[in-house]
Design a protein around this ligand. Sequence first.
Ligand SMILES: Nc1ncnc2c1ncn2[C@@H]1O[C@H](COP(=O)(O)OP(=O)(O)OP(=O)(O)O)[C@@H](O)[C@H]1O
Ligand SMILES: [Mg+2]
Length: 602
Amino acid sequence: MNTKKTGIPRLLEIAGEKRGLLIGSSILSGISAILMLLPYIAVYFTMAELLKNASNLIKADGEYMMRWGIIALTGLIGGVVFMYASGIMSHKAAYRIQYNLRVRLSDHIGKLPLGYLSNTSTGIIKKTFEQNVEKIEAFVAHQLPDMINVFVTGIAIILIMLTLNPLLTIAAMIPSALGFWIQMKKRSGKAAQESAKSYYDALEKISTSTTQYVRGIPVVKVFGRTVHSFRKFYSDMISYRDYCVKYTDYFQNTYIAAKVLLNSTLIMILPVGILILTKQGADLSLTQTILFFIILAPAMASPMSRFMGFASTLGDISEGVVRIDSIFGQKPIEESKEAKTPYSYDIEFNNVSFSYNAEDVSTRTEALSGISFRAKQGSLTALVGPSGSGKSTVANLIPRFWDIQQGKICIGGVDIRDIATHDLMNLVSFVFQDTFLFHDTVFENIRLGRTSATKEEVYAAAKAAQCHKFIEVLENGYETIVGQGGTHLSGGEEQRICVARAILKNSPILVLDEATAFADPENEYHMQLALRELIKNKTVIMIAHRLSTIQDADQIIVMQDGKIKEQGDHNILINKDGLYKKLWDAYTTASNWGLGKGGELA
Ligand SMILES: Nc1ncnc2c1ncn2[C@@H]1O[C@H](COP(=O)(O)OP(=O)(O)OP(=O)(O)O)[C@@H](O)[C@H]1O
Ligand SMILES: [Mg+2]
C-alpha cells in the first residue's frame, strides 16, 4: 500500500472506492451554493427598479419585481433541496468509507503479530478505531460538501462584485483577506501542527490511562487510595487540561482579531464608496452598486469564517490519517509464498534465540537463547522453571505470536514460517491462564472452537471438559450470557469453558499455559479430568507451576534465564539432583505446608 501521501490526498486515497459519490455530492453542493445566491441577484434587480423610480415609486414595475421575488424563492428552495441531496450522497459515502476503513483496520490488526497488540496499549488502538475514523466520517459527510459550498459561494460573490466594481471589491476584500491571512498563518504553521500533535498525544494518553484506571479500580480500592494516588491517570488528566488551556491561549488573540476583521467589510466599503461617489458625482448606477455592496459584502463573512474553521479541521484530519496509517504501516506476519502443509505433528525447536525488542540494539536482551528440543507427536512435554525463565515465551512462539530472530521452529518437519497462518492457527490450540469469554451465550463461547459444530458436539465437548453440570444449573443453561457484564462464573469454570472450546477445535497441537492455575482442590480435580480428555493423542506443550500436574509428562524441560537447564522425565530429573530437584523439593514442601498432607489430589 502506498502510504506516502498525507492529509486530504491520503484521505481521498483511503476513500478511493467512493469517489463517485463524493464527486456527486460536491457538484450538488456547488449548485446549491449558486442557487442560494439568486436572492441577492433578485435584490439587486429589484433595488435597481426601485431606485430608477425613486421619485415616484408607484411607477415601479410590480410584476417585474414579483418575478424576481419568485426567482429568489425558487433559488432558496432549490438551494435547500440540492444541499439536502448532496448531504444524502456525502453521508452515504461517509458511512461506507467508515465501515470499510474499520473492516480494513480490523482485518489488518488481525494479521499483525500478537506482539504488536500486547506491546501497544489498547487505548491507542481503541482511540484510532473510534475517534479518528469517526472524524473522517464527519469530515466526509459534512465538511467536504460544506467546503465546496463555501468555496463556490466565496468565488461567486467575488466574481459578482468584480463585474460590478473592481475598486469597491478590493476595498471590501481587504479586511477579510487580512483576517483570513493572519488566522491561516497561525493555524498552518509548524507550531500549530505540533500543537495538534500534542493534543492527540494528550488525548491518547488519557484514553490509555482511563482504561488502566478503570481496570485498576479494585487495586485502588483495596489499598484505600484515591484518584490522586493513581498518579499516571492524575498526571495525564492534568497534562490534558494544561494542554487545552495552552491551546486556547495560543490561538485566542489571532482568533478574535480575525473574527473582528472578517466582520468588518463595511469599514472600507463606505469610505471608498463615498470617495468614488464624490469624485464621479451622483450617479444612479454607482449608488445602486454601493448599496448592493453593502448588502452583499457581509455575506462574505460567513463563508470566510467557515473556511477558517476548516483550517483546524484539516489539521485534525491530517493527524487522524497519520494515526490510522501508523496502524496500516505495521507489518503483518509474513506469509510464505509457497505454503507447505505438515502431515505429522512433532514440534522441533532448533537452536532458537529470541528477544522481544530485537530492533532496539541498546536495550536488547535475549528472552531465549539456543533453545533446542523435540516434542514428539502425541506426547506431553512440560516446561517448568522459575518465573521469568522464558516458558511462556517458548509457548507463544509456536503459533507465531512473535517471529524468532535465530534458529528454526518446525512442525512435522516444516518451518512454521512456511505454513499459511490460517493453517497454523488450525493446527494449534491454546489455553491461557487469563481466559477470555466473549459477551455471548455459553453455547456460542464454546462453539467458537469450531463454528460448524452441531449442538450435540458442543454438549459433548462441554461434558468432556467437566462443564456440563454447572452450565445446566445456570439461569438459562447454555443460553446464559457470560463474559463481561454477563452472569459471573468462577475462574476455574471460565477456564473449563475454554478447555471445552479447545476440545471442540480438536487441533493436533495443544499449548497450555498455566491452565491449572485456579487453585481450589475441587476445581483442580475437575480441571485435571477435563485436560486428560483434551490432551488425548495430541502433541502437548504444558506449562505448570504445580509440578504434581506434570509428573507423568513424557519429557520435562527445565528452563532458567532463557536457556534449557535440564531435560528428561520426572524420575531422571529427580535423581539428577539439579534445578528440577530443587524446584520439586520447594514445591512439595510448600504443598505440605499448604494442605497439611501429601499435596496430591487425584
Ligand atoms: N511482551 C514482552 N515484551 C518484553 N519482554 C517480555 C515480554 N513478555 C515477557 N518478557 C520477558 O521475557 C522473559 C521471559 O518471560 P516469560 O513470560 O516467558 O517467563 P515465564 O517463564 O513464562 O514466567 P512466569 O512463570 O512468571 O509466567 C522475562 O524476562 C520477561 O520480562
Ligand atoms: Mg508465563
